[in-house]
Design a protein around this ligand. Structure first.
Ligand SMILES: [Mg+2]
Length: 439
C-alpha cells in the first residue's frame, strides 16, 4: 500500500513532468466561442470562425482572436467577460461528490456556478458526468441532477454505469435485465434497443416457486409478463442497477448461469455453458445519507461468484462496466470531445481533464490508470464528502485531496491560472502585447 510520502512524491513528480509534456503536445489558444446557434441571444458575443477565442464586446474590450498563444485560463479583466476554456475540462463523479442520499452536497451548487463563469476569471469550463449509478434512463437521471444542482444538464454530458450496454443491443436478442425500481430498467434496456427484455418478475410470475420466499406485489404482478419457460433462451444477463431483492435475483441469475447456453429448460452438467453476465459497475460500497457506506452492486457480484463456486465448484467469470474500467474512460473521452465540439465549438482535445471523485477504488484508480495510457493528462482529485474516509491512506492515491467539490474546482482553476501566468499567456498579458503593438 502506498504511503503518504510516496503519494506526495508521486504527485510532485508528475506535476512537473506533465506540464512540460503538455506544452509540446498541445499548442493553440485558451478560450473559445460556442457555436453561434448556442449563444444566448441576450449577449453580444463575437464569434471567431477560426474557433480560437470568445469574448463579449459588451463587457470587454478584448474582441479579437489571439492566434499563436497557448495560455489556458484568462486573468480577471476589469469587467470580467465570460470565456470558455478550451485547454482543460472537468469530469465529475456524482454520488458522494455532488449528491448524497438524493440531496445536493452543500458546496455542489456553488461549485457548479463557479465552473460556469461565476469566478474571478470569468472563465467557463466544459464538463461531463461519469457515474457508476444508474437504474434510470440518461434523460431521467439528467433531469434529477438538473433539479438537484439548480442548473441544466444534458444527456450529452452524462455517462452512467449501464450506458455502454447500449452498444450490446445488436449482439443479444433475448436478455435478462436485473435491478432498479419497478419496470424502469426494462424500459431503459428497451430504449437502448434490446428486443426481448425479460425480468426476474417475469420468471416469478410464470412460476412462483422459482423463489420460495419471494412473492410479487400486486403492482409487480400487473407489470410482469408470463413467458414460455421451456422455449426461452437467455443470451445474456445484464445487471443494470442495484438489486432490490438479492435472494430472488441471485437465485434466478444462478439458475440461468447453470443452463446450457441460457435455455431455461436445461441444466448443464459441466457448469461452464451459461450465458455471459454483465454488471454496470463493480463498486462494492457507495455513499448514501447513512453515515457509513452501504454495500452495492459490486457486493452482489462478489456474492454471486462465491455462491456459484460453492454450488458448482467452478469459477464464475462475470464482466463489469463502469469505473475503473478503461473502456468507460475511453467512452468518457469521446463524450467529452463530442460535448466540447457540439456545445462549445472546441475542435481539439483538452490538455488536462480534472476528474473529481470520492471512491479511490473506482474514481481514482480508473483516472490514474487511464492517465498512464492517455495523451490527455487525466488528473485525479479525491474529495472527503463520500466513500473515502479522511485520515486513512487511500488504496489508490490521488494527485490531490480536497475537502469538497467546490475546493476541488477552485484548486484546478487556480492551477491552470498559475500555468498560464508561468507561460506568460494570460489574457491580460495578451491584451497588453496587442496594445503595445498598436501604439
Ligand atoms: Mg461516488
Amino acid at each position: 500500500m502506498p504511503t503518504a510520502d510516496a503519494f506526495e512524491s508521486q504527485r510532485l513528480r508528475r506535476d512537473s513532468s506533465l506540464d512540460a509534456d503538455r506544452a509540446d503536445l498541445y499548442g493553440g489558444l485558451n478560450v473559445i466561442a460556442p457555436p453561434k446557434h448556442l449563444i444566448d441571444p441576450s449577449r453580444n458575443f463575437e464569434f471567431n470562425p477560426n474557433n480560437t477565442m470568445v469574448t463579449d464586446p459588451v463587457s470587454s474590450d478584448a474582441t479579437s482572436s489571439y492566434e499563436g498563444d497557448s495560455s489556458q485560463v484568462t486573468t480577471p479583466l476589469s469587467t470580467p467577460s465570460t470565456v470558455t476554456s478550451s485547454d482543460f475540462a472537468f469530469a465529475f463523479d456524482i454520488d458522494g461528490v455532488l449528491v448524497r442520499g438524493g440531496q445536493p452536497i452543500p458546496e455542489a451548487v456553488q461549485a457548479m456556478k463557479y465552473i460556469n463563469g461565476e469566478n474571478p476569471y470569468g472563465v467557463k469550463v466544459p464538463y461531463v458526468f461519469l457515474t457508476n449509478g444508474g437504474g434510470k434512463s440518461e434523460e431521467e437521471r439528467c433531469a434529477d441532477l438538473s433539479r438537484q444542482l439548480e442548473m441544466e444538464i444534458c444527456p450529452g454530458q452524462f455517462i452512467c454505469g449501464h450506458t455502454p450496454m447500449r452498444e450490446m443491443a445488436e449482439q443479444y436478442n433475448t436478455v435478462l435485465v436485473v435491478g432498479g425500481e419497478g419496470e424502469k430498467c426494462r424500459g431503459v434496456a428497451e430504449g437502448y434497443g434490446f428486443k426481448n427484455v425479460i425480468t426476474p418478475g417475469d420468471i416469478i410470475k410464470t412460476r412462483n416457486d422459482t423463489t420460495p420466499w419471494r412473492r410479487l406485489t400486486d403492482e409487480e404482478n400487473e407489470n410482469s409478463r408470463k413467458i414460455d419457460l421451456e422455449n426461452t433462451q437467455i443470451e445474456a444477463i445484464f445487471v443494470f442497477a442495484d438489486s432490490r431483492d438479492w435472494a430472488g435475483d441471485q437465485q434466478i441469475i444462478l439458475d440461468i448461469l447453470m443452463t446450457v447456453e441460457g435455455k431455461l429448460g436445461t441444466r448443464s452438467e459441466v457448469f461452464n455453458e451459461g450465458p455471459p453476465c454483465f454488471f454496470s459497475h463493480n463498486d462494492v460500497i457507495w455513499s448514501t445519507s447513512h453515515e457509513h457506506s452501504r454495500i452495492g452492486m459490486g457486493a452482489l457480484k462478489t456474492s454471486l461468484e462465491a455462491v456459484y463456486n460453492a454450488i458448482t465448484g467452478k469459477d464464475l467469470n462475470t464482466f463489469a462496466f463502469g469505473k475503473p474500467q478503461m473502456s468507460t474512460f475511453t467512452f468518457a473521452t469521446k463524450l467529452l470531445q463530442d460535448w466540447r465540439q457540439d456545445s462549445h465549438g472546441i475542435d481539439k482535445p483538452p490538455s488536462t481533464v480534472y476528474f473529481i471523485g470520492d471512491t479511490p477504488e473506482s474514481d481514482i484508480r480508473g483516472t490514474n490508470e487511464f492517465n498512464n495510457k492517455s495523451e490527455i493528462d487525466w488528473y485525479s482529485i479525491l474529495v472527503k464528502t463520500g466513500v473515502w474516509q479522511d485520515k486513512t491512506i487511500p488504496r489508490y492515491p490521488p494527485r490531490k485531496i480536497c475537502d469538497n467539490v467546490y475546493d476541488a474546482i477552485k484548486f484546478a482553476i487556480e492551477r491552470e491560472q498559475q500555468k498560464s501566468i508561468n507561460s506568460g499567456t494570460t489574457i491580460q498579458n495578451i491584451q497588453k502585447k496587442r496594445e503595445g503593438l498598436q501604439n
